[in-house]
Design a protein around this ligand. Structure first.
Ligand SMILES: Cc1cc2nc3c(=O)[nH]c(=O)nc-3n(C[C@H](O)[C@H](O)[C@H](O)COP(=O)(O)OP(=O)(O)OC[C@H]3O[C@@H](n4cnc5c(N)ncnc54)[C@H](O)[C@@H]3O)c2cc1C
Length: 339
């Protein structure tokens, strides 16, 4: 990627594709991003937007500690990348750095999980620290926190408005010469001699020197013919988006009943779990009930109305680990698939 003649095609314009396109352009590549719909058409637009270095994952129970720890390290690296991005692109990203407060009742399964998560964070290098109910109230002035509640605060976590972030990344990429082509589906990657030479779209072939595939939940269809197995769990998450209220919620709040983030423009997203409804929840989400539960914890949300409910497919590799690497068939085809 030394000269502007080196052409990289990025397939998929979610948060990964748009961020990678900007990075590649900064390094001198000529970049084309292809999306079959539009930027942020996939999981990104319906993400909760917590910038986290959690230690447990959706199928984390099945992961040995060493694997969870690698994923934790990736998350810590990502927090640094978000900081750098915020510094470079400014507030248009919709990022807020107020930390995250995770709370659990005095006893029970949620408490046990919280204790285990905190122990892992402390052992693995997260700046999390324990808080009691009084300290939690100080961190969350607008929240009702029951006596006996315990929890922890992670001050270097935050949140991003995923749609604002993608819009800012697209604009930044365009200024660097990135070409965005929307409404164009990539159907295959062609090549020979161990290297890809073109992507095949519904409108014809596009010649390229490198390919990066960031198609989220749709990545397997393109990757499997290239020798990359990405078995994804079938998993959806629902989030309720509330209308804007004056800014009152600083940290990301993750309590047993509700998870909530206030965006920079005052809108609030609430969910049962940060990735939407709980994994494996067959009943979906009762948005009115969730709003009522959120009001019980955050009374300021009484003034907010339900704007929309979104459902997104989680990108959950079946073994719980991200898939990052290159194709054994074509060394110049790379893929990033992660939740
Ligand atoms: C409900 C929910 C809550 C979440 N909450 C969080 C959270 O709090 N924190 C967090 O870190 N993560 C969260 N996630 C996960 C996060 O949203 C995803 O990891 C991230 O958005 C993935 O981005 P991506 O760019 O890989 O994929 P996507 O955003 O899915 O983008 C893929 C793009 O590829 C395009 N595409 C697909 N196939 C083709 C093709 N053949 N040709 C051309 N284009 C194609 C699609 O149109 C789409 O625009 C959540 C996910 C869900 C569903």
């Amino acid at each position: 990627m030394q000269t502007s003649a080196h052409h990289v095609v990025v397939v998929g314009a979610g948060i990964l594709g748009t961020a990678l396109a900007r990075q590649l352009a900064l390094r001198g590549a000529r970049v084309t991003v292809l999306d079959r719909e539009a930027p942020a058409a996939g999981a990104t637009s319906v993400s909760f937007g917590w910038l986290t270095n959690q230690t447990y994952f959706r199928n984390g129970d099945s992961l040995p500690d060493t694997s969870s720890r690698h994923y934790f390290g990736l998350h810590r690296f990502a927090l640094g990348a978000w900081r750098a991005l915020h510094h470079a692109l400014g507030d248009s990203l919709g990022v807020r750095w107020h930390g995250a407060v995770q709370l659990a009742p005095a006893r029970g399964a949620d408490r046990d999980l919280l204790e285990s998560d905190l122990a892992r964070r402390l052992a693995w290098g997260s700046p999390s620290y324990r808080v009691d109910a009084t300290q939690a109230r100080a961190l969350l002035p607008g929240a009702v926190v029951a006596d006996g509640t315990t929890g922890f605060h992670t001050p270097d976590e935050g949140s991003a408005d995923p749609n604002a972030a993608v819009a800012a990344l697209v604009e930044a990429g365009r200024k660097l010469g990135v070409r965005y082509v929307t409404g164009t589906e990539v159907r295959a990657v062609e090549g020979d001699g161990g290297r890809a030479s073109a992507v095949v779209t519904g409108d014809g072939r596009i010649a390229c020197d490198d390919v990066v595939i960031t198609c989220g939940a749709d990545s397997p269809a393109l990757l499997e013919p290239l020798g990359i197995q990405v078995p994804l769990a079938e998993s959806y998450g629902s989030i309720v988006h509330l209308t804007a209220v004056p800014l009152f919620l600083g940290p990301v709040l993750l309590s047993s009943d509700i998870h909530a983030i206030q965006r920079t423009d005052g809108r609030v997203v609430v969910a049962r779990h940060y990735s939407g409804s709980p994994v494996g929840d067959p009943d979906g989400l009762d948005s009115e009930r969730l709003h009522a539960d959120a009001v019980a914890v955050l009374p300021a949300l009484r003034a907010a109305a339900i704007e929309k409910v979104t459902v997104g497919r989680r990108i959950v590799p079946a073994d719980g680990l991200p898939v990052i690497g290159h194709s054994p068939r074509y060394a110049n085809v790379r893929s990033v698939t992660t939740d």
